[in-house]
Design a protein around this ligand. Sequence first.
Ligand SMILES: *[C@@H]1O[C@H](CO)[C@@H](O)[C@H](O)[C@H]1NC(C)=O
Ligand SMILES: *[C@@H]1O[C@H](CO)[C@@H](O)[C@H](O)[C@H]1NC(C)=O
Ligand SMILES: *[C@@H]1O[C@H](CO)[C@@H](O)[C@H](O)[C@H]1NC(C)=O
Ligand SMILES: *[C@@H]1O[C@H](CO)[C@@H](O)[C@H](O)[C@H]1NC(C)=O
Ligand SMILES: *[C@@H]1O[C@H](CO)[C@@H](O)[C@H](O)[C@H]1NC(C)=O
Ligand SMILES: *[C@@H]1O[C@H](CO)[C@@H](O)[C@H](O)[C@H]1NC(C)=O
Length: 342
Amino acid sequence: MVLKGILVTIATLLLLTDSSQSGNDDGCKPAPPSGCVYKVTDNLPTVICNNLNLKAIPTCLPGKTHPKKLIINGNNISQITSIRYDTLEYLYIESDNVLNIVLYAFGHLSNLTVLSLRNNFITDIQRDTFIGLTHLKELYLTNNSIKTLPHHAFFYLPQLKILEINKNSIASISDGAFANLTVLSELNLRDNKLIAVPKFNNTRLDLDILNLGQNKLTEIPHEPFKTLKYLKTLYLDDNEIITLPHSAFWGLDHLKLLHLENNQLSHIWYHLFLDPWESLLEVYLHNNNIAELNPIQLPWKQLHVVTLDDNHWLCTCKTVWMKSLRAVIDNSTSIMYVKVFF
Ligand SMILES: *[C@@H]1O[C@H](CO)[C@@H](O)[C@H](O)[C@H]1NC(C)=O
Ligand SMILES: *[C@@H]1O[C@H](CO)[C@@H](O)[C@H](O)[C@H]1NC(C)=O
Ligand SMILES: *[C@@H]1O[C@H](CO)[C@@H](O)[C@H](O)[C@H]1NC(C)=O
Ligand SMILES: *[C@@H]1O[C@H](CO)[C@@H](O)[C@H](O)[C@H]1NC(C)=O
Ligand SMILES: *[C@@H]1O[C@H](CO)[C@@H](O)[C@H](O)[C@H]1NC(C)=O
Ligand SMILES: *[C@@H]1O[C@H](CO)[C@@H](O)[C@H](O)[C@H]1NC(C)=O
C-alpha cells in the first residue's frame, strides 16, 4: 500500500513539474520531423507522422495549436517513452515495431480517450503501464505479443469501456487482471492461447460483449459467467470445447447472441439454455458433434438465427422432429439459415 502511494505521488509530481515539449512549434527544439503534418480532422487539431521511419515519438510537433489527435503509424519506434502532449485525446501508435512501453509513458495524458497500439510487438503489460490515463475509454492492443495479463493489469483505467487484446499470445490471465474496470462494456480476448475461462467472480465487470472465440478452451467450468449479469453477446466459437456443464450459462438473463460454433460439443444438457431463455435471439451451433437436440431445448419461435448444420445428427425417434424444423420455424422472416442433414 505504501509503495503504491509513493508511485502515485511520483506520477503526480511528473505531471506537475514537466510542462516542456507541449506540442506546438513555438521555440520547441529540435524542429518537428519533416513529413509530420498538422491539419484539422473531425474538428480536432491533428498531427500525422505516418511512415516516416521515425525511431522515437517526436519531441516537437508542427502547428501552433496544441494537438488533440496524434497519429504516428508505420514507423520504427522500438520503445515508447514518456509522452508529454497533455492536450491529446486520441493517440495512434500502430504498426511501429514497438517492443516495449516504459512505465508511466502515458502519465501526462489525463485527457486521452482513445489509445491504439495495434500491430506492434509489445510483450509486457504491467500495472503501471497505463497509469495516468484517467479518462481513457478505448484501448486497442490488437495484434501484439502479450503472453499474460498480470494482477491489476488495467487498474488505473477507471473509465475504460472498450478493451481489445485480441490476436495476442495470452495463455494466462491472473485473478484480478480486470480489477477496477467497473464500466468496461466490451472485452475482446479473441485469437489468443487461453486454455481456461478467466475468472470473473472477483471483479466488478459489467460487460455487454465478451469475446473468447478462437482460443484453446476445452472445458467450461461451473457457472463461469454468473457475475456478468448483463452480458448480451458471448463468443465461445472456434475453441476445442467438448462439453459444457449444465450451469455454463447460469445467470445470463440478458444474453441475446451466443456463439458456440466450430467446437467439439457432443452433448447439450436439457436445461442448458434455460437462463437466457427469455432473451436469446441468435444461437450458433454449427460444426460441432451434436447428435441430438430436444424440441423444447431452445426457444425456437423467438430465435432469429439458429445454425445447426455440420453436426453429427442421429436419425432416431428423439430427433425425428427435426425433419420438420424447417416447417416449424421457416415462416419467421428473420431466420438466416437452418440446415439439418439426415
Ligand atoms: C528498425 O530499427 C531497427 C533497430 O532498432 C533496425 O535494425 C531495423 O533495420 C529498422 N527497420 C527499418 C525498416 O528501418
Ligand atoms: C483536459 O480537458 C479539460 C476538459 O475538456 C480541459 O478543461 C483541459 O484544459 C484539458 N487539459 C489539457 C491539458 O488540455
Ligand atoms: C500484425 O502486425 C504485424 C506487425 O506490424 C503485421 O506485419 C501484420 O500484418 C499484422 N497482422 C494483421 C492481421 O493485421
Ligand atoms: C481501484 O479499486 C479499489 C477498490 O477495489 C479502489 O480502492 C481504488 O481507489 C481504485 N483505484 C483506482 C485508480 O481507481
Ligand atoms: C471464484 O471462483 C473460483 C473457482 O472458479 C473459486 O476458487 C474462487 O474462490 C472464487 N472466488 C470468489 C471471490 O468467489
Ligand atoms: C407457413 O406459411 C404457409 C403459407 O403462408 C402456411 O401454409 C404454413 O402453415 C405456415 N407454417 C407455419 C409453421 O406457420
